[in-house]
Design a protein around this ligand. Structure first.
Ligand code: PLP
Length: 415
């Protein structure tokens, strides 16, 4: 592959040039953006793509025969092709556009759950899950009188594989776990999870919210049944995401929402449904966001997952060493394999207070339970401070964070 100069060197300064939002002051200090697990910033090419669409060829897709509609439809479908390459799906119809991971999981829970989960069945999730991968399964289980089981974790924040294997039974219909934890950074052994689940006949959904921008995803190699991604966590726009599903499963699943585009024919008495993937894409989608998502995936592919992961591991290691060495600080989540997420607590200080004081110095981190309240309960904490890294972060920014934390801790512990 031919890399542009920015990309070939993975030079932080050049990469940062691609992200206009990074070049500003917050509360009088240069912005240090360390909230990438919540959402990543957008490179110029993604912003330009949104502008090009609205300024040049805004039109509704699929239904029109005029030139703009054809151009918009072509661009929209081009993203589907890129997405297929990005996750190495076998068929392009296996890529369903949704608003993000939350909608992707709700789609599967509602549609697959409605048809294939019955009374007495079991659904397994892990203790590390985001609320988006808990609540939809609670609803299915309640509705179908099925049981929701939770894979426990050890104190490092890793899934207890032996216990998971023991939990599997012929009653297990579906296993839903994240590829990486947004709160602790733990990378789960999803290949093994998928293999064991399949031997018991269960299908597996992977929540890839925290991996799309950080790790290589090959759905065929993983053999997962469903994989979910959010564009906004992958340098792309909000309002767009992907549900990958194996074709033979999507074909057997009923539509999730009714409306335009998902039908073949409608009378007042009944409707027949469109082919995949349109059966699951009712109504006008977030066209501009899907179109621009292509540029975000291309950006990641040009950088290369391997080089991104390598760079982010350097940042994680550097930050963990420095932050972990501060007095009164405990790092939360010490899994052997992690993405660039560093969660920590400061003894007797509420994470929210740390977050506010960091913001006063231009440093953006996330504080609280990170939409993983059951995990916080398991860890017996009310929340953490979370610094999460992306490819544009630098060691110098981590130094700014560490210096600010040192001052804040000194101040709080003296007063
Ligand atoms: C692990 C995980 N799953 C699901 C979600 C929900 O993603 P979205 O809000 O893009 O739908 C998030 C968002 O933070 C997440 O980190």
């Amino acid at each position: 592959m031919n890399y542009s100069p920015v990309i070939s060197s993975l030079n932080s300064e050049l990469v940062r040039e691609e992200f206009p939002v990074l070049h500003q002051k917050i509360n009088g200090h240069p912005l240090v953006y360390l909230d990438n697990a919540a959402t990543t910033q957008k490179p110029k090419r993604v912003i330009q793509s949104l502008l090009d669409y609205y300024a040049g060829y805004n039109a509704n897709i699929h239904r029109g025969i005029h030139t703009l509609a054809e151009k918009a439809t072509h661009a929209f479908e081009q993203t589907r092709e890129t997405a297929r390459d990005f996750i190495h799906a076998e068929h392009v119809e296996e890529i369903v556009f949704v608003r993000g991971v939350t909608e992707a999981i709700n789609l599967v829970a509602s549609s697959y759950g409605q048809s294939f989960i019955a009374e007495g069945d079991e659904v397994i999730i892990s203790c590390l899950e985001h609320h988006s991968n808990i609540v939809p399964w609670q609803w299915v289980c309640e509705k179908k009188k099925a049981t929701l089981k939770i894979i426990p974790i050890n104190d490092r924040g890793e899934i207890e594989m032996n216990q998971f294997i023991r939990m599997l039974s012929p009653r297990t219909k579906l296993v839903a776990v994240n590829h990486a934890s947004n709160s602790l950074g733990t990378v789960n052994p999803i290949k093994e999870i998928i293999l064991h689940s399949h031997t018991r006949g269960a299908v597996v959904l992977i929540d890839g919210a925290q991996t799309g921008a950080h790790l290589q995803i090959d759905v065929q190699e993983l053999d997962c049944d469903f994989y979910c991604l959010s564009a906004h966590k992958m340098y792309g726009p909000t309002g767009a995401g992907i549900l990958y599903g194996k074709k033979h499963l999507l074909e057997r699943m009923p539509p999730y929402q009714g409306g335009g585009e998902m039908i073949r024919e409608v009378t007042f008495h009944q409707a027949s449904y469109n082919d995949l993937p349109y059966k699951f894409e009712a109504g006008t989608p977030s066209i501009a966001d899907v179109v621009a998502f292509k540029c975000a995936m291309e950006f990641i592919m040009e950088l290369g997952h391997e080089r991104i992961a390598e760079r982010e591991q350097e940042l994680l290691k550097y930050a963990t060493g420095k932050v972990g060495a501060l007095p009164y600080v405990t790092v939360v989540g010490n899994a052997k394999e992690k993405v660039g997420v560093l969660s920590f607590v400061v003894e007797d200080v509420h994470p929210f207070d740390i977050g506010q004081m960091l913001d006063a110095r231009g440093i953006a981190v996330r504080t609280g339970h990170h939409c993983t309240q059951p995990l916080m309960e398991r860890l017996e904490i009310n929340g953490t401070v979370r610094a999460s890294f992306a490819v544009y972060n630098t060691e110098a920014e981590i130094d700014v964070l560490v210096e600010a934390l040192e001052r804040i801790i000194n101040f709080l512990k003296r007063s």
